[in-house]
Design a protein around this ligand. Structure first.
Ligand code: ADP
Ligand code: MG
Ligand code: MG
Length: 898
């Protein structure tokens, strides 16, 4: 059986994105729904992968294209590139995940010296036909033959100058015919071949070019950023051309079934009369709004509205649609579930629940923890002194402050040097991607909410304001003039602030304040609603609240926080934490208290040790009293001391130098000399693999007793005061059950002693961290001594991979990411196939021994969306993350459960 490489639009459906790409699958779906899609077919991603692997087009593909093309021709009664009434097609890229503007599309395939006349006759518009032909040669030259677009652009400019006109469409037939000849000469000169006159050759060459565009640099950058795998390949859609540039009754547009930037219900869109394809997206002319279409062409408008409703009902989500009207006839060229801002995602999800189009569970799948994070970012504070220079279209939310940059290279260079920059352009195009990635925000003078800058910025979650037509951006001179402010000339030295929520552009720094969602998370629904300035914010807060509450209802994972002090603990509780999953105790020994620990390390006699410990006890106990008070009634996992000893001692090199100098000067303090000896003795080549965690507890007499006594006495104090302290004592860096056994015996001895002395029962759970491969593998035995496990996935990643986590980010990780050894740092998202298996193994074996063993995870991964999904699947009981991430973890835990 030969592979099927080609599917007619009437054959596929929306679930075949792997094979047909997003655009192809949705064109097929629209065709199936009976919506007006120009006939065509899709060449599969299989074909692309085969081509990229071998450098050759599979032979079956050519045959199948012939068949599909002839079917389309038969259906329309026209032939590709025929001399009379020619059929023309577009050749359009379309990968599984939409990569707006990243890859190539060639329009008007099939035009040549003969068929251009046929098109002129059929359309009764000679100018249109020649303009289409010159566009084809230009696009084909650029994308298929890799000729620098500047050559065509300057020939076009020269022609306009020659004719004394300023706009493209003012060129007449004679001028366009000349231009076509000039373009052909450019092709001959720079590509070394004649512009192919054979329509089928044009089609095949364009197809290959689309395949190749999968591997352009900008496509690579985009995929890396969006975490899209590099080996998917793109499909190619061959689609009958329809023309929005056939005069005043034609046009082209983009619309959304709801506003993708605010999430307001009600349709939204841009329309351009007498324009083709990319004119809207390129932001070349300022567009009309969708409601203007209602007056211009009520029939098409009505049909479009009906199609929008149909698509939204069908996809049960916000859709965006590309459409073209050819002489009063509506055609749909593309649809997809539309990209949207974080705010729009939350609002649209709850709107759809209210409209009974989706369930609450589904609504949870429509929003992400990353989107919630974006909504938590601060916004500009509205003081009276902000110098507002203009207000334009808010295209992608956020508050960005930075110095002005005018081009990509500068954006990248200055950002790398640590500066915050805002990319300011007349309009952006796909080549600007690296600059957009580097900048903290993007500001354009041209284009609407559907322009390239807006679409790409929204996709990246980057602040963007567009269509600021008061600004005259001169990229060559690197200046911006502001209409109405004649005295003002902005340069690369100036700082501006752009507000992606309001479209405001300010000169200079502007202070930032909590976002409405942050106010909600910190201070609750009522306060946030009162403080919210407008309906949009109020609706957003309500949507977030509803979805958060639903997430809390359905989630199985508990969410705890990592908190070492009462402030952090309080923040965490306000954001919905159900306990502290990791209270690190070493922070309690730093700063001024370091001295006491040093005394302990230096102690020579039992008496010296006793007095060092005695000094530490009240300090540590005081800390716990406060923490227990804050966490009253909620569990709090206390990890006994973990870091390597040397962290409490002076730096070896510095102290050596000091001692040597003092000795020379004769001012040496014998205590320093003694200290140096201790430091030298404790110096380790690999401290993270050295004397730390339980090893330290077992070898330093009195340390474990001190810590447990502080916990126990603090608990008694709270109990006496009527409180409800719930410590869980956790031993770090366990490798063998014997270590835990010894530690546990000592812990329990102290608990019993304090209990007997006080008369309060103190049977706190004692558990351990699983952060060494040996502990995961031997979890069945370790579980015998543990009341709970907490997976320390930071150390577990370090020890499983054998990476030093303090060094790798700066050394070889960049290359590893580029080479695809991993798609994202394993310290950021859990490496499921390696470290994740350790977690699964530990969980499974631990529960073999104790079926109801409580399992948690602490560390960075506890707040990472993808990792949380994994922990849910692995059957853990809770995740613990930083207080700021708690709401994200709650939402993601809810998403994982539906
Ligand atoms: P992208 O993936 O960048 O959106 P598209 O393949 O959708 O690229 O095409 C780019 C532009 O060309 C779009 O505005 C689209 O509407 C237009 N276009 C594509 N195919 C046709 C066609 N057959 N007839 C008219 N316009 C088309
Ligand atoms: Mg498109
Ligand atoms: Mg650790």
């Amino acid at each position: 059986m030969p592979t099927t490489y080609v599917y007619r639009f009437s054959e596929g459906d929306k679930d075949q994105k792997d094979l047909l790409g997003g655009k192809g699958a949705n064109l097929a779906e629209m065709t199936r729904l009976g919506l007006p899609v120009p006939p065509g077919f899709t060449i599969t991603t299989d074909a692309c992968r085969a081509y990229l692997a071998t450098g050759e087009v599979p032979e079956e593909l050519a045959v199948q294209v012939t068949t599909a093309l002839r079917e389309v021709e038969a259906e329309l009664g026209r032939h590709l590139g025929a001399a009379e009434d020619p059929l023309l097609v577009s050749v359009r890229s379309g990968a599984k995940f939409s990569m707006p503007g990243m890859m190539e599309t060639v329009l008007n395939i099939g035009l040549n010296d003969e068929s251009v006349k046929g098109l002129a006759a059929a359309s009764q518009d000679e100018r249109f036909a020649w303009d289409s032909y010159r566009r084809l040669i230009q696009m084909f030259g650029k994308t298929v033959l890799d000729i620098d677009g500047e050559h065509f652009a300057s020939a076009l400019e020269a022609k306009k100058a020659d004719r004394g006109v300023s706009l493209d469409y003012e060129l007449d037939v004679a001028a366009l015919t000349e231009l076509v000849e000039e373009y052909k000469a450019i092709v001959r000169e720079y590509a070394g071949i004649d512009f192919p006159q054979d329509p089928r050759a044009q089609l095949d060459m364009a197809t290959e070019a689309v395949f190749r565009s999968w591997n352009t640099e900008r496509a690579h950058i985009y995929r890396r950023r969006e975490k899209i795998p590099h080996d998917l390949g793109t499909a190619v859609n061959v689609c009958t051309m329809v023309f929005g540039n056939m005069g005043q009754t034609s046009g082209t547009g983009v619309c959304f079934t709801r506003d993708p930037s605010t999430g307001r219900s009600g349709v939204y869109g841009d329309y351009l009369v007498n324009a083709q394809g990319e004119d809207v997206v390129a932001g070349i002319r300022n567009t009309l709004s969708l409601s203007d279409l209602k007056t211009i062409d009520p029939e098409s408008y009505k049909e479009l509205r009906a199609a929008m409703r149909r698509l939204e009902t069908h996809y049960r989500d916000l859709c965006d649609i590309e459409f073209t009207i050819e002489r009063g006839k509506l055609w749909l060229l593309q649809t997809r579930v539309g990209k949207r801002t974080a705010a729009a995602a939350f609002r649209v999800a709850t709107q759809l629940v209210d409209e009974k189009l989706i369930t609450k569970d589904e609504a949870l799948t429509r929003v992400t923890g990353d989107q919630l994070t974006q909504l938590m970012f601060p916004q500009f504070e509205h003081t009276g002194d902000n110098d507002l220079i203009t207000k334009a279209m808010p295209a992608s939310p956020g508050a960005a402050v930075g110095r002005i940059v005018f081009d990509n290279a500068e954006a990248v260079a200055r950002a790398e040097a640590g500066e915050s920059v805002i990319l300011v352009r007349r309009e952006t195009n796909p080549d600007d991607l690296p600059g957009m990635v580097a900048a903290v925000g993007v500001l354009t003078a041209r284009g609407g909410k559907t322009s390239h800058a807006a679409v790409v910025a929204r996709g990246m979650g980057k602040t963007c304001v567009c269509g600021a037509d008061q600004l005259e951006v001169d990229a060559a001179a690197k200046t911006i003039r502001v209409r109405g402010r004649e005295d003002l000339v902005l340069t690369s030295e100036d700082t501006i602030a752009i507000d992606g929520q309001t479209g405001e552009v300010f000169l200079g720094e502007v202070p930032v304040a909590d976002s409405p969602v942050m106010t909600y998370l910190r201070r609750g629904l009522e306060v946030a609603l009162d403080a919210a300035g407008d309906v949009d914010s109020r609706e957003l807060i309500t949507s977030v609240d509803r979805l958060m509450r639903h997430a809390d209802e359905v989630r199985r994972l508990e969410v705890r926080a990592n908190a070492d002090n009462p402030d952090d603990a309080r923040h965490a509780i306000h954001r919905g934490a159900q306990g502290v999953g990791l209270c690190r105790t070493e922070h309690m020994f730093l700063g001024e208290r370091k001295q006491f620990v040093q005394n302990l390390i230096l102690a020579q006699t039992p008496q010296e040790r006793e007095s060092a410990l005695a000094a530490l006890l009240p300090l540590q106990k005081g800390d716990f009293v406060q923490m227990f008070e804050t966490m009253n009634g909620k569990p709090m996992t206390v990890r006994l001391i973990d870091p390597p000893l040397h962290e409490f001692l002076p730096d070896f090199t510095e102290l050596s130098v000091k001692v040597a100098l003092d000795r020379e000067r004769g001012t040496l303090d014998p205590a320093d000399e003694e200290l140096l000896a201790v430091v030298r003795r404790n110096h380790e080549a690999n401290p993270m693999l050295g004397l730390r965690g339980v090893r330290l507890l077992l070898t330093m007499p009195g340390l474990i007793e001190l810590q447990v006594r502080a916990i126990a006495e603090a608990a008694v104090e709270r109990l006496k005061a009527g409180g409800d302290p719930r410590p869980e004592i956790m031993i770090p860096l366990i490798g063998s059950v014997r270590e835990l056994q010894i530690a546990r015996e000592r812990v329990e001895a102290v608990l019993t002693e304090v209990s007997q002395a006080s008369g309060y029962e103190l049977d706190f759970p004692v558990g351990c961290m699983i952060e060494l491969p040996r502990a995961a593998v031997g979890a069945d035995t370790i579980a015998e001594e543990a009341d709970f496990f907490s997976f320390g996935t930071n150390d577990l990643t370090q020890t499983t991979w054998g990476f030093s986590r303090d060094d790798v980010e700066g050394t070889f990780f960049k290359e590893y990411l580029e080479e695809g050894v991993f798609g994202v740092s394993p310290f950021e998202t859990i490496d499921e196939r390696g470290v994740g298996r350790m977690v699964e193994l530990g969980a499974e074996r631990g529960r073999q021994t104790k079926p109801d063993l409580k399992l948690g995870v602490c560390g960075e991964h506890g707040g990472d969306p993808e990792s949380i999904e994994f922990f849910h699947r692995a059957g853990l009981n809770y995740v613990s993350c930083s207080p700021f991430r708690v709401p994200v973890a709650r939402l993601e835990a809810g998403r994982a459960a539906v």
